[in-house]
Design a protein around this ligand. Structure first.
Ligand code: GLA
Length: 392
């Protein structure tokens, strides 16, 4: 039995034990990484994410009580709240409630749901356990009520959960990655038009390794909004100056002159976005040509831009990346996700994974007194509804 099948079976059993009936639907979503293309989704840029072999599974059924009853096996926590009342302050409850309310937006369903959540995606590590939760619930509701939402509708609903219930003005990178990924592939996503291009991924002599810095991302949401607003401001100023500029995609790295009108901080933000889009395009070519060195260099350049232009890194991770440069077998790496802590994604030559992690761990412990945990990655299919018992 695969780890995915195991978690589905376990969740079904938990649901049966808890509610004395079968679930109507079981949906499962992987977590995600992002190879490159950071802080570009809400700027209509390009990213290259992939779903990974860690899963969150949701079993769900309608009830007649006008209540949402939820149980998280992972947190060993539960709730039972009125269907329309969303005033529980626990974050996971807000995600569950928000995902249901957003999915059923205009419906007049006024009963409730019984839910069990079971996850192997480590939380707070920047691999999108929350997007996996949103996606699994929205997929389930879509199935139960036959709402006929397509992938883009589902992704948009999840984004509304972030915006309206969690108060994070995020883009759609995380949800797109969790939903649209394909096994043994990576893909580029163009947030300008939601175009997707899948790349078969056959590189055998390298490994992607995630390193968790164990730095909690305390400032992440306020600083995230600061960056979103800085980019909005920069675009506003650029389009006032030249009404042909409607998004940063109307700029490229050769039209730097146009951004000279901006205050220096905003200029740096735009330089990151424009150069990061360029790096995503170059990464795609490098992967196709199997140019491992170029892939590594692009990761390092991305890190430098996130550190210096976008200013979303932190000392511990900068030191980690600098030290990695001295470790044999390390090809490149960068801070991943929203930033201000969290994880780094690293490209390592096959055979050097263990020595890389050992050396980095010793350095990190000595320097900061912290452990750095590693996750070995493989790329898997996106979220799906796996069990549908419509006879319930
Ligand atoms: C977080 C957000 C995403 C994206 C990344 C940065 O993960 O949820 O929408 O903006 O940060 O690339």
């Amino acid at each position: 039995m695969t780890s995915k099948q195991r978690i589905v079976e376990e969740t079904k059993k938990l649901f049966q034990d808890k509610y004395n009936k079968n679930p109507e639907v079981i949906s499962i979503s992987p977590g995600r990484i992002n190879i490159i293309g950071e802080h570009v989704d809400y700027n209509l840029g390009l990213s290259m994410p992939a779903a990974i072999n860690k899963y969150l599974c949701v079993a769900i059924s309608k009830n007649k009580q006008k209540k949402i009853n939820g149980y998280s096996q992972t947190l060993n926590d539960s709730f039972s709240n009125d269907y329309m009342l969303n005033n529980d302050n626990r974050l996971w409850v807000k995600y569950v409630h928000g995902s249901i309310l957003e999915s059923l937006n205009k419906s007049n369903y006024d009963k409730g749901f019984d839910i069990v959540i079971n996850s192997s995606i480590p939380m707070g590590k920047g691999i999108s356990s929350s997007a996996a939760l949103e996606i699994s619930i929205v997929l389930s509701i879509n199935k139960i009520f036959n709402l006929k939402m397509n992938n883009n509708d589902i992704i948009k609903k999840c984004q509304s959960v972030d915006h309206n219930h969690i108060n994070i003005q995020s883009g759609v990178l995380d949800q797109s990655a969790c939903l649209l990924s394909k096994k043994k592939s990576i893909f580029t996503i163009d947030f300008y038009n939601m175009n997707i291009e899948y790349l078969k991924y056959n590189l055998k002599n390298i490994k992607w390794i995630l390193i968790d810095s164990n730095i909690r991302r305390e400032l992440a949401s306020s600083k995230y909004h600061e960056r979103v607003n800085e980019c909005k401001k920069a675009l506003e100023l650029l389009s006032l100056d030249n009404n042909e500029i409607k998004s940063f995609r109307d700029l490229n790295i050769n039209t730097a002159k146009k951004i000279s009108i901006l205050p220096s901080k905003l200029k740096k933000r735009v330089v990151h976005v424009v150069s990061e889009n360029d790096r995503v395009a170059k990464m795609k070519e490098a992967i196709k040509k199997e140019s491992i060195r170029t892939m590594g260099d692009l990761l390092i350049k991305s890190h430098e831009s996130l550190r210096d232009n976008y200013e979303v890194s932190c000392t511990e991770i900068d030191k980690m990346i600098n030290f990695s440069k001295t470790i044999k077998g390390w090809i490149g790496g960068r801070i991943m996700g929203g930033g201000f802590g969290g994880a780094t994604i690293n490209l390592v030559e096959l055979g050097y994974e263990d020595s890389f992690v050992d050396k980095l761990s010793i350095f990190y412990k000595k320097k900061f007194g912290l452990n750095c945990d590693m996750l070995d990655l493989s790329f898997v299919d996106g979220a799906e509804t796996i069990y549908n018992n419509s006879l319930n």
